[in-house]
Design a protein around this ligand. Structure first.
Ligand code: HDE
Length: 713
């Protein structure tokens, strides 16, 4: 037998190597797709100058045909997204848990491609929809590609894949009018979720600030399902994966989200792109919660139930490595659009569990790529290619890019010396974890999945006052958008099972009463949701009073890196103050942007011209994290005359942002609503730059909500 060629891969391939079909546009001559040089791409071939176009015009037909077929079907969910390249580095060898190279070799820099997304909206929808965010990571490892296809919330809406089409149909635009786009605030969603109370946990996370992140770079990521890690001896441990952003977890307010959607619906995409271009590479640490197999039944919830999280207070998250995104895609379509993530892409050392949602996903994603990318060869698209060589007897199909030589395409064979031969365990072959199964074939839901209410209640209890207020407002808004009273009432009843006070506040906003009981679902007889009965009244368990790890109030507030600071200036602004503050902010990594009454340049009180970043007409305060007003008598007089600057300040104040002013700058805030709140902890008048930096690092002064809620902005 011919000796098999050993795969050589001394170090991880560079990200660029993945893209074997890269083309540069520079210094090239235009050709057709057949390589014929083109001398006119502006005029079609006609019978005479004013004559009809000729069918023979192959240049026109090739160009137009290609254009006509430019789009591929958008993803049914997660259509709107943004991607970036990077690397993953492991901090410590985890061989006691997993034999995967990515978890044992601390010398590797494993290339990754990440795609962040919203779920419900179509490809052109706003980034700032209240929605779950996708957080999908493709690890190009030396033992094959591993995809960790997760979300920014640690649980999912449903427990069984069978319900996924119902969930998505309910949240998508209603089929009769195709309204509303990228929004859960409508009748069909709440009709569905109020009948399927298993959705409640993900729903309440969605209503929290997690549903409107400040940036993709400031979100956690979660694998959601319980997976398995397998070590060299074949021993298994359960594992949950967590991504922890270095910048902490931060969100905008709903009022900002609505306004950002209007002024820059690409806010999150732009933010990710700009940070990477500026060399301020986003970073997340990878954490694992590890549970020994023998502890499978130790918890008051089922580890296989994807609507439950393991509170970090019960099983701490062990930080094991770091992911850095350091390169923007060259071509959105080729990379971000064509990337295909499959939860079924795992490598030796990682394995699945029987989570019924995960099991369904293992089927769904390959099926999706077949229709989205047109056939079974999507793994040959550059962004989807593994970094290791692949050999098997799969052949042909649409868009086959490989020219596989030789006479055989079957196994076993003698004509090719038995190759590709089967891998032995010592060569790193994948084998499935031998889980013991002794069961009836049965179409049902495990009783251990029945408790729908304990964890949503734990989540709500664990939030800070300001988070609870945001969540209450979110439910009131969302249900307020529903037209059917019975749907709103049913939801009120469901919410009352989490927290009576929350339900009362939402009911007041809706002008309704919380019903004492609710009718059984219409189709109970045919099992539309026979399980609803099981959950009424809920059997709540209080295994923890609170889980502080669930609150954004306990996230990191250390860095102002990449924070956008609006500096309000006009001709005559104080250069001394400005320079001092700018230097201090930029030293901490913040982005200082000059906003002036007009575009072009502004001249400081020392006669130096500065480039204006945005004219006040083309921007809004919702795009910034904080405001600085450097002063200068002439400048402040000018700014006071432009009412939009006052609006800018009022809104930033309303959104609880830090505002610093020096000297005459105080006159400008005296013309705004801030004049009545100068004692506010994040309003800094003639203070040191360090005070401003500390206030920005806190993200927002949420204590201010008490006073701002009644401010008419
Ligand atoms: Fe997905 N999901 N999903 N999903 N999902 C897709 O696959 C599906 C679920 C997630 O940036 C689709 O390639 C089913 C959970 C992300 O390209 C599709 C079920 C989680 C992305 C699909 C789920 C996710 C997708 C659409 C229930 C978090 C975007 C396009 C059984 C753990 C990946 C595609 C990207 C995309 C099906 C549930 C995350 C239709 C059937 C749970 C981040 O195949």
């Amino acid at each position: 037998m011919m000796a098999p060629k050993k795969q050589q891969l001394s170090e991880s391939k560079k990200v660029d190597d993945l893209k074997t079909s890269q083309k540069e546009v520079k210094d090239t001559t235009m050709t057709t797709n057949q390589g014929v040089k083109v001398n006119d791409t502006n005029n079609s071939l006609k019978a005479g100058e004013r004559g009809s176009t000729l069918l023979e015009d192959f240049l026109l037909r090739e160009k137009i045909t290609s254009f006509d077929h430019e789009r591929i079907p958008e993803r049914i969910v997660h259509a709107r997204g943004s991607g970036a390249h990077g690397i993953f580095e492991l901090y410590e060898n985890l061989e006691q848990f997993s034999k995967a190279g990515i978890f044992t070799d601390t010398s590797r820099k494993t290339p990754v491609f990440v795609r962040f997304s919203t779920v419900a909206g179509s490809k052109g929808s706003t980034d700032l929809a209240r929605d779950v965010r996708g957080f999908a990571v493709k690890f190009y490892t030396e033992e094959g590609t591993w995809d960790l296809v997760g979300n920014n919330m640690p649980i999912f809406f449903i427990q069984d894949a069978m319900k996924f089409p119902d969930l998505i149909h309910s949240v998508k635009p209603e089929p009769n009018r195709e309204i509303p786009q990228a929004a859960s605030a409508h009748d069909t969603f709440y009709d569905f979720v109020s009948h399927a109370t298993e959705t409640l946990h993900n729903q309440i996370w969605l209503m929290s600030d997690r549903g409107i992140p400040r940036s993709y770079r400031m979100m956690e990521g979660f694998g959601i399902h319980t997976f398995r890690l397998i070590n060299e001896k074949g021993d298994a441990h359960f594992v949950k994966f967590h991504w922890k952003p270095k910048l902490g977890v931060h969100s905008v307010t709903w009022d900002e989200a609505v306004k950002i959607s209007g002024v820059d619906s690409d806010f999150h995409r732009r933010d990710l792109w700009d940070a990477i271009e500026a060399g301020q590479f986003p970073e997340w640490e990878l954490g694992v919660q590890i549970v020994p197999e023998e502890d499978e039944f130790k918890f008051e919830f089922d580890l296989l139930d994807p609507t439950k999280l393991i509170p970090e207070e019960l099983v701490p998250v062990k930080i094991i490595g770091k992911m850095t995104l350091n390169k923007n895609p060259e071509n959105f379509f080729a990379e971000t659009e064509q990337v295909a993530f499959l939860p079924g892409h795992i490598v030796p050392g990682i394995d699945f569990t029987n989570d019924p949602l995960l099991q369904g996903r293992l089927f769904s994603y390959r099926d999706t790529q077949l229709s989205r990318l047109g056939g079974p060869n999507f793994h040959q698209i550059p962004i989807n290619r593994p970094v290791v060589d692949t050999h098997n007897n799969q052949r042909d199909g649409m868009m086959q890019m490989d020219v596989v030589k030789g006479q055989t395409a079957y196994f076993p064979n003698s004509l090719s010396g038995g190759c590709p031969h089967l891998a032995k365990m010592a060569e790193g072959a994948f084998t499935s974890y031998e889980e013991r199964i002794d069961a009836k074939k049965i179409r049902t839901r495990s009783e251990s999945f029945n408790d729908h209410f304990s964890q949503p209640a734990l989540f709500y209890r664990s939030l800070s006052k300001w988070e609870q207020q945001h969540l209450t407002d979110a439910y009131t808004f969302e249900l307020g958008k529903c037209k059917y009273t019975h749907i709103k009432e049913r939801m009120l009843w469901v919410i009352s099972q989490i927290d009576t006070d929350l339900a009362k506040k939402v009911a007041t906003g809706l002008g309704l009463e919380i019903p004492k009981s609710i009718e059984q679902p219409i189709n109970q007889a045919i099992g539309a949701d026979a399980d609803v009965e099981k959950h009424q009244p809920p059997k709540k368990k209080n295994y923890l009073d609170t889980a502080p790890s669930l609150s954004q109030a306990n996230t990191k507030f250390e860095s102002i890196s990449t924070r956008q600071i609006a500096v309000l200036v006009a001709d005559g602004f104080s250069m001394k103050n400005f320079n001092k503050m700018k230097d201090a902010l930029e030293k901490e990594g913040a982005m200082v942007k000059l906003i002036a009454p007009h575009g072009g340049e502004v001249v400081s009180d020392e006669g130096i011209a500065h480039e204006v970043h945005e004219a006040i007409m083309t921007t809004e305060s919702v795009l910034f994290d904080a405001i600085y007003i450097p002063g200068g008598t002439k400048a402040i007089e000018k700014l006071k005359k432009e009412s939009k600057f006052i609006k800018f300040i009022n809104e930033a104040f309303k959104h609880c942002k830090a505002i610093a002013v020096d000297e005459e700058g105080e006159n400008l805030i005296d013309s705004s609503l801030v004049s009545n709140f100068k004692q506010d902890a994040a309003v800094l008048i003639n203070k040191e730059s360090i005070d401003f930096i500390n206030a920005i690092a806190k993200h927002r002064n949420w204590d201010r909500m008490e006073v701002t809620k009644n401010i008419p902005v």
